[in-house]
Ligand binder design. Structure first.
Ligand SMILES: C[S@@+](CC[C@H](N)C(=O)[O-])C[C@H]1O[C@@H](n2cnc3c(N)ncnc32)[C@H](O)[C@@H]1O
Length: 165
């Protein structure tokens, strides 16, 4: 379930737009997204990446664990969000908390001008039957989210790229 090949360079570009910043990824997976994020980060930028499945995250730790810019957190992002401290300058959210759940709590962690990105907004063969309404509801609410400027991009797996006002 790694990010799409075309999405990776966009993640690197967004990370590069925040030199010296704090970047957050929810859903490390096997680390493909984290690898792209770190490719765009300068030496002073820090990435916190959160994953509930320790065995999956161990792949990312094995390949990226020597990069001192990365903090790996093994936790449910829903629990992690409760104690999290911002501000973050860019959040790439790749699991339900921070996207379909607790969007307000995630956005409260973002600095003014921070970027927010999610993918998998276009129908995927792997989706369960009940997932399309979840995506539709997420996209429909975006124009009403306060202090948030979001664009739905129908490209790669489907993205939302946004800025916190
Ligand atoms: C799409 S994959 C992540 C891919 C990765 N971000 C990338 O770009 O290569 C989603 C990941 O989120 C993790 N996940 C699902 N629910 C989670 C939760 N509540 N908290 C943290 N991680 C979660 C899954 O175990 C899975 O590894």
């Amino acid at each position: 379930m790694s990010c799409a090949d075309r999405t990776g360079p966009l993640l690197a570009t967004l990370a590069a737009s925040k030199p010296g910043g704090r970047i957050l990824e929810l859903g490390t997976g096997a680390g493909a997204g984290a690898a792209w994020l770190t490719a765009g980060m300068d030496a002073a930028t820090r990435l916190t990446t959160v994953e509930v499945d320790a065995s999956v995250q161990s792949i990312a730790r094995r390949h990226l664990g020597e990069d001192p810019r990365i903090e790996f957190v093994t936790a449910d992002a829903d629990t992690w969000l409760t104690g999290a401290r911002g501000p973050y300058d860019f959040a790439y959210v790749d699991c339900r908390p921070g996207k379909y759940l607790r969007l307000d709590d995630l956005l409260a962690l973002l600095a003014p001008g921070a970027r927010y990105a999610v993918d998998d907004m276009l129908p995927q063969a792997t989706w369960p039957e009940d997932h399309q309404p979840r995506v539709d509801g997420f996209l429909e609410q975006l124009p009403e989210v306060p202090n948030f400027r979001a664009t739905h991009i129908r490209w790669a797996s489907g993205l939302v790229v946004a800025a916190r006002l």
